[in-house]
Write a protein that binds this ligand. Sequence first.
Ligand SMILES: [Zn+2]
Length: 325
Amino acid sequence: MAVRAPFQIGTHEIKAGRRAHVELPVSRLITGEQMSMPVTVFHGKEDGPTVWINAAIHGDELNGVEIVNQVMAALDPKAMHGTLLAVPVVNIHGFITGDRYLPDRRDLNRSFPGSAKGSLASRLANLFMTEVVSKCEVGIDLHTAGNNRTNLPQIRANLDDARTRELSEVFGARLILHAKNRSGTLRSSGTKAGAAVLLYEAGEPMRFNNYAIDAGVAGVGRVLAHLGMADFDGPPPDVVPSSRSSRWVRASRSGVIRLDVEIGDMVEAKQEMGTIIDAFGKRLSTIRASRSGLVIGRTMYPLSNQGDALVHIATLEDPTKVTDG
Ligand SMILES: [Zn+2]
């Protein structure tokens, strides 16, 4: 049988059946050190699809970094079909400083597909597109909630694309949320480049949340197994409910927030979800659900200004599929 051709990335060439750690140069720090984006290539011994997994497009979103590292530890390229490009940290500048953004204050996830001569964010996006995304038919982009919030483990993807929907169901998070492609995102540019892209959202920034990490490792493992790339020993996915509509309940008053709902709770329209008091305990307002559905995100910060987002509720297409996970 013919030996599988080596995999090319940057100036590197990786032989079939090998794992290789590759550093792709990004830019120099002001002090002169070379900053590079590390990519670990698992070039399976046998033919199969090429897939990427990445985390920390936002530098403070750490659950995905641990997910990628745990997935990598379980893989053996000698027993694999296809090729996996694993990138634990894309926004390396933000990762070092615990910052969502790049030093130029740009959001990397609004800078795709980028360009070789653009801003720092744009150059990094371009490098990731050229060396990773353009070589792949499937991608998984790992995120957490934004500052002071948490998210129920969920996949955001284009459910109108049959393959993307199939892989989302195989991943098996607690919810699949239909999300249109937003310009400038990795998901949008990856889709345009021909890949099926899943975005996993789970837990808080700046933290390791074990429930979010465990669900992510299992989800990625199931997708790789489904694609015939590697074995996965864990359980099959739960049947996952889906949603095409979600909305944040916002603070009607400024004050101290007492929330009685957690991510994963089902709520009924108008249900009391908490209260807003002033700093001295006087009751100002009741927080009520704006719709029936699943709580997929919430603030973790007990102070809020009028208009701040408090509880994120998704209307389910199939509420009977909800699991306690
Ligand atoms: Zn993010």
